[in-house]
Design a protein. Structure first.
Length: 783
């Protein structure tokens, strides 16, 4: 809902009853009796602390119309109204707001001090001890509780006055307690560092209210940190000092900072302060967030150690024998490069394998697993996403005789065992002191490993453990910072096998062939065929089967972006389901280069949600910010949440400690909205691996509709069908690698819709976005 659109209002009354209260989220529905002679009303919101029945409160908020419950007031902040009469004071004290004080004590307190009872408690609590039944300890306790309650309420009113919404205010209060007003006043920029959801801009607005000068050192430091954080989001592990300063100047000079000078000395001093404080590290003119610096240096060191380790599970002659036997057993003759990779995987502490689609990576992994087990080596298989792990598991199993035991594949996060409710410093149970229980760890889709996950993975390998990283270096790099696979390959100092041969079986897929063409700079759509020929058209049963096996790549020409969007909608809702028997929501994925524009994922999500999952009777929905989420929607998690709440299947409510085994939900995971509860204002999402996760108001920003997602976010996933609008967008996005990544996400059918010239532009642009990462050079330096 657009909160800015509705004016703030105030209501006042006595709490008659609490109709509903969730202690976890502090969401409550309260019945409020207004005086004089006005009808009671319903007030909903998050209350810290929860007012008690009998208490009189003043509530700031907005009127809203609930589809089922009608007109109600949505609270943003409230303040108790100090009662002025004996009855009021007694009612308040008896209401249960102070543990251990009930009606009897309340009566005695009022009998002793009359309507001044609250003042006495606040200013002279020793006097309470004179009341029968109240000793000095209880007197202190009553005074403290009342004081704390008052401070909490005042803090919330203060934060609300600064224009901070209830969610943010609660997070600030959680961080600073009742000291929040003092903390915010003293250093609003600290909020940008310490409170999720507050960025530099908002902190800067607050600072302006408190008249903190635009060239104050704290502002400069905050801008530095902000720029480093943004750089991380763009994928950089560090920034060169001069790039950092340039960006910081742009940030500082915006808004209220215009007209001020920010000389190098000033920025250098701020940088020095952050380095001294341990937040940043500077090495040879490269500025890192301290954690990334540690990840990069330790990762490089540990990888080289691995690369230097040598093993000999079998004598050479026996290894060759085993290789022969395995090929016979698994029914495949390995190509020379595959054979070389298997040998190295058995004998080296580290191996990197890269190759495009259909070059035999999975087959290779199947052999490595098979032989490792023959040699009695304990193997663990992992991939960065749940879907990729599932696929890996199936692929490795395929062709292996039934009687051979199978190896489980898991996500890398699961392999590292995410700790419930963990902070970022200790989010995994597996680490140097408690290594992964395997002697050979194989990670597929390794292009998706960012610097942090790669570090944690490598740090969690036991002293006798080997690592095989398998991936396709031509895919887009990881969503998180770094380009680990690319750096490893570029360093030239780690054992590497490049698979380049496209196997005949795979070459029957137009998708695979098309992907290789894109990479080689050849366009997949050629001048000549008319619209009708290139369009998806009714297919015979025979053609349907063929497409399923071989992978089909189609192009539909439509230069106008608006019409592209409508065409995508038509293909997803009608043509493809009819002609290929694919289910729109579960099997067809729309991928876009960008969120923006008429054929960007935001617009397409609105269009597709309307078409595939429209509002309907009995279908619960909730307004999340500007969007509606309703039961049955496809959604995606858009950041890592190590504290996600797993909902047990027996419906006993969310478990906070991850009793269900695995906790956490990660950037890029896709699921379906299972349940929407408009009263409790929570959404349950069933992820594709079966986990059910609860989202309350504080976590809504982690969810996006996923009928259409960006290619970046699609990495590691594969879909039976991919539909991609190919339109003109930001030049930096229009690259061959992006189109290649999109096309390789489709298994049976890929349909490109758009402008032929735009497709050519993508294919021609071979540039790879530069990421600041020193891993390759570091590896070379210490090798
Ligand atoms: N040595 C081989 N001889 C013959 N066919 C092979 C060989 N290795 C792999 N293939 C076949 O080539 C095809 C692609 O192999 P595989 O699935 O292992 O490649 P991949 O690199 O994992 O591909 P993708 O990334 O698309 O999953 C499969 O049909 C596989 O059976």
């Amino acid at each position: 809902m657009d909160d800015q659109a509705r004016p703030s209002d105030v209501v006042q009354g006595v709490v008659r009853r609490i109709t509903f209260h969730d202690p976890g989220t502090q969401y409550a529905v309260i019945r409020l009796e207004q005086r004089p002679n006005r009808p009671p009303l319903t007030v909903v919101g998050h209350w810290t602390p929860l007012p008690a029945p009998g208490e009189e409160i003043r509530v700031v908020g907005r009127w809203a119309l609930h589809p089922t419950y009608g007109r109600q007031f949505e609270a943003e902040a409230y303040q108790p109204v100090t009662p002025a009469t004996r009855e009021g004071v007694e009612r308040l004290l008896a209401s249960g707001i102070i543990k251990g004080v009930g009606p009897a004590t309340a009566r005695r307190l009022v009998a002793a001090f009359g309507e001044r009872a609250l003042d006495v408690i606040a200013s002279d609590p020793q006097r309470l001890a004179s009341v029968p039944g109240i000793g000095p300890r209880k007197a202190r306790w009553i005074a403290e509780r009342l004081h704390l309650r008052k401070e909490t309420q005042e803090a919330l009113v203060f934060l609300h006055g600064l224009g901070l919404g209830p969610g943010l205010s609660r997070r600030i209060l959680q961080r600073y307690g009742t000291q929040a007003p003092a903390a915010v006043r003293a250093d609003p920029y600290a909020l940008a560092l310490e409170v999720d959801g507050i960025g530099f801009r908002r902190a800067d607005d607050l600072a302006e209210r408190f008249q903190i000068a635009p060239d104050s050192p704290r502002r400069v430091e905050a801008a530095l940190w902000h720029v480093m954080r943004e750089a991380g989001e763009e994928g950089h592990v560090y920034l060169p000092r001069e790039v950092l300063f340039q960006r910081v100047r742009a940030v500082l000079g915006g808004g209220r900072g215009a007209g001020h000078a920010y000389p190098d000395e000033m920025l250098g001093a701020a940088l020095g302060a952050l380095v001294a404080g341990g937040q940043l590290v500077e090495e040879d003119g490269a500025v890192y967030p301290a954690a990334f610096h540690r990840y990069e240096t330790e990762l490089a060191g540990r990888l080289l150690e691995l690369a230097r380790q040598a093993y000999q599970p079998w004598l050479p002659a026996r290894l060759e024998q085993e290789l022969q036997a395995a090929q016979a057993r698994l029914g495949t003759r390995l190509a020379p490069e595959q054979l070389q990779a298997v040998r190295r995987a058995m004998e080296s502490g580290l191996l990197v394998v890269t190759g495009g689609p259909g070059t035999g990576k999975t087959t290779l992994v199947r052999f490595i697993v098979y032989l490792a087990r023959r040699a009695g080596i304990r193997v663990a298989l992992a991939a960065p996403t749940g879907r990729a792990a599932q696929r890996l598991q199936e692929a490795v199993r395929c062709g292996v005789p039934e009687e051979e035991p199978s190896v489980q594949a898991s996500t890398v996060h699961r392999l590292l065992e995410v700790r419930p409710g963990s902070s970022s410093a200790s989010r995994f149970a597996r680490g140097p002191k408690n290594p992964i229980d395997a002697e050979l760890v194989i990670v597929d889709e390794a292009s998706m490993l960012d610097i942090s996950l790669a570090y944690h993975l490598v740090a969690a390998l036991g002293p006798e453990s080997r690592l095989v990283l398998v991936g396709d270096v031509d895919q887009l790099p990881s969503v998180g910072p770094g380009q680990v696979l690319r750096d490893l390959i570029q360093s030239g100092v780690v054992p590497l096998v490049r698979l380049v041969h496209l196997f005949r079986q795979a070459a029957r897929s137009r998708i695979v062939v098309g992907a290789h063409q894109i990479l080689a700079g050849r366009s997949v759509v050629h001048a000549g065929p008319s619209r009708a020929q290139t369009a998806v058209r009714p297919a015979s049963q025979e053609r349907r089967t063929a497409a399923r096996e071989e992978g089909s790549l189609r192009f539909f020409e439509e230069p106008d972006p608006q019409r592209v969007a409508w065409k995508v909608r038509e293909l997803v809702t009608t043509s493809i389901p009819q002609q290929f028997g694919l289910r729109p929501v579960e099997e067809i994925q729309v991928l876009t280069a960008s969120h923006r524009g008429p054929a960007g994922s935001d617009a397409l999500n609105r269009l597709l949600q309307e078409a595939l999952n429209p509002a309907g009777r009995g279908k619960a929905e909730l307004q999340l910010g500007q969007r509606v989420v309703r039961q049955g929607d496809r959604v995606m998690q858009v950041r890592n949440d190590y504290q996600a709440r797993l909902v047990p299947e027996d419906g006993s409510g969310p478990s906070r400690d991850g009793e269900g085994g695995e906790v956490g939900v990660f950037n890029g995971e896709i699921g379906t909205v299972w349940r929407v509860d408009p009263d409790e204002r929570v959404v349950h999402v069933r992820f594709d691996d079966g986990r059910l996760i609860e989202y309350d108001e504080e976590k809504w920003h982690q969810l996006q509709l996923a009928y259409a997602i960006t290619v970046h976010k699609s990495q590691g996933n594969e879909f039976p069908c991919v539909v991609m609008p190919v339109v003109w967008t930001m030049p930096a996005l229009m690259t061959r690698h992006l189109l290649y990544t999109a096309v390789t996400r489709g298994r049976r059918l890929v349909v490109l819709v758009g402008d032929r010239k735009a497709v050519h532009a993508y294919v021609r642009n071979a540039s790879v976005a530069q990421r600041y990462s020193m891993l390759a050079r570091r590896l070379q330096r210490i090798a």
